[in-house]
Write a protein that binds this ligand. Structure first.
Ligand code: M6R
Length: 366
C-alpha cells in the first residue's frame, strides 16, 4: 500500500495534487460555480445567512482560520473560526442567521460533534459540514455538506485532508461572494482557472523536497522553532508549527510576525530557527522588516518565499523559492513545504512518523 514511500505521511503529502483535483473536479468542470456543490438547499441557505462561524479542532481549525480571512475579504461576511472544545463550553451569543460550519477529516471528533450539537441547541439551523468521510456522524447531522475527496488518511498528521478542506472552503467563499454580487463573471472564471491549475502548482512545490530535506537536517538537533506568517498565512504558520511538534517533538510556536516585538523576540538567539512564510502579498514589506528584527538578534531564518518576492539569501537567511504568488490560493501552496519540513525533521530524529507518541488519528473522546 505504501508503494515507493517510506511512510503514509509522505505518501499522503505526495497525493495532494490528485486529492485536490478530485475534490475540485465537479466545481471546475464549467465556467461558473453552483451552490448545489454544498447540498441542494445551499442556494437558499446562502441567501439567508449574515455571518459565518467555523468550528473545528487541530489542523481542521487552522483551515477554518484561513477561511475566516477569505470569507471576510472576498464575500464581505463577518466570519470567525473557533476551537470546538472552547465553543461548546462557553456562553456565546447565538445568531440564528449564521451559517455554522464544522470542519473535520474524520467527522467523528468528539469536540467538533459536541460543538455542532451545542450550536443546534442554541437555535442555529444553518449547518454545513466539510468532511472527508461520507458516512460520518458530522455529515449525517448537518443540513448541508461538502465531501472532500482526499481518500483515506492514515498518517496521524493530517496533510491532504487539510489542503482539500482549504479547496472546499475557497469554493464556498466564491459562492458566498457571488451570491452577494461581489464576484463578476470574469473574476469567477479567473478563479476557476486558478483552481484548475492548482494541482500542477502543488506538484511543482513538491519537487522542492530535496532542498527542504536539507533544511530539515538543520532542525533535527534543535529544541525549539518559531514560525512566522502574516494575514491569511498566519494560520499556515500555526499549521507548520503543529506539524513539527506533532511528529518531530520539537517545540514550535507560531506568531503573526507583527507580534514579535511584543514578547517572542526575547526567545530569539542562534539556537532558535525561525521559519518565515513570505508570500508576495501586500504585507511583504512589513514581513521583511520583521525578518530584519530576527536577524539582528542572531536568529537563523528559513524563508519560504514566492519567487517574485526577490528575497535574496544572505548570511543567516536561507531562502527557498516556491513559485510566483498565487493570490488567495497562496496558503495552500505554502502549506506543502512545511509538511515536508516536519516530515524530514522527524525522519532525522527517528520518531514514529505515522503514529506519533500519545496521539490518536481520531479523537473520539473528550
Ligand atoms: O478528524 P478531524 O479533522 O476532526 O481531527 C481534528 C484533529 O484531531 C486533527 O486535525 C489533529 O490536529 C491532527 N493530528 C493534526 O495533524
Amino acid at each position: 500500500e505504501l508503494g515507493n514511500y517510506r511512510h503514509f505521511m509522505q505518501k499522503e503529502i505526495h497525493e495532494q495534487p490528485r486529492a485536490l483535483a478530485d475534490t475540485l473536479h465537479d466545481a471546475v468542470a464549467g465556467e461558473s460555480l453552483m451552490p448545489e456543490l454544498f447540498g441542494f438547499e445551499a442556494a437558499e441557505v446562502f441567501s439567508r445567512i449574515n455571518a459565518v462561524t467555523i468550528l473545528a479542532c487541530g489542523t481542521s481549525f487552522h483551515a477554518g482560520k484561513v477561511a475566516s480571512y477569505w470569507i471576510e475579504a472576498l464575500a464581505g461576511i463577518p466570519c470567525r473560526a473557533e476551537i470546538a472544545s472552547e465553543y461548546r463550553y462557553r456562553d456565546s451569543v447565538p445568531n440564528p442567521d449564521a451559517l455554522v460550519i464544522t470542519l473535520s477529516q474524520s467527522g467523528e471528533t468528539a469536540d467538533t460533534l459536541a460543538a455542532l450539537n451545542h450550536a443546534k441547541a442554541l437555535g442555529h439551523q444553518y449547518t454545513l459540514s466539510i468532511c472527508n468521510v461520507p458516512e460520518s456522524a458530522l455529515v449525517r447531522q448537518s443540513k448541508l455538506r461538502f465531501l472532500t475527496r482526499a481518500g483515506p488518511e492514515i498518517g496521524v498528521a493530517s496533510t491532504k485532508a487539510f489542503t482539500t478542506q482549504l479547496a472546499a472552503l475557497f469554493l464556498l467563499t466564491l459562492l458566498l461572494a457571488k451570491q452577494r454580487g461581489r464576484l463578476t463573471p470574469a473574476a469567477e472564471a479567473a478563479h476557476i482557472q486558478s483552481l484548475r491549475e492548482l494541482p500542477g502548482k502543488v506538484q511543482h512545490v513538491l519537487a522542492l523536497e530535496p532542498e527542504v530535506e536539507r533544511w530539515a537536517e538543520r532542525f533535527a538537533d534543535k529544541q525549539h522553532a518559531l514560525f512566522l506568517g502574516r494575514g491569511m498565512h498566519y494560520p499556515i504558520a500555526m499549521e507548520g508549527a503543529l506539524k513539527l511538534k506533532e511528529i518531530s517533538y520539537i517545540h514550535a510556536e507560531a506568531y503573526p510576525a507583527g507580534e514579535l516585538k511584543h514578547g517572542p523576540l526575547a526567545l530569539v538567539d542562534k539556537d532558535m530557527p525561525v521559519v518565515a512564510i513570505a508570500p508576495n502579498d501586500t504585507l511583504l514589506e512589513k514581513l521583511k522588516s520583521n525578518l530584519q528584527e530576527v536577524r539582528a538578534r542572531g536568529g537563523e531564518l528559513y524563508v519560504f518565499a514566492d519567487a517574485d518576492t526577490h528575497i535574496a539569501p544572505s548570511e543567516g537567511i536561507h531562502v527557498l523559492q516556491l513559485a510566483d504568488h498565487a493570490g488567495p490560493l497562496s496558503p495552500i501552496l505554502h502549506t506543502i513545504p512545511l509538511q515536508m519540513l516536519s516530515y524530514h525533521a522527524a525522519l532525522q530524529k527517528g520518531t514514529d512518523v505515522d503514529k506519533p507518541r500519545n496521539l490518536a488519528k481520531s479523537v473520539t473522546v473528550e
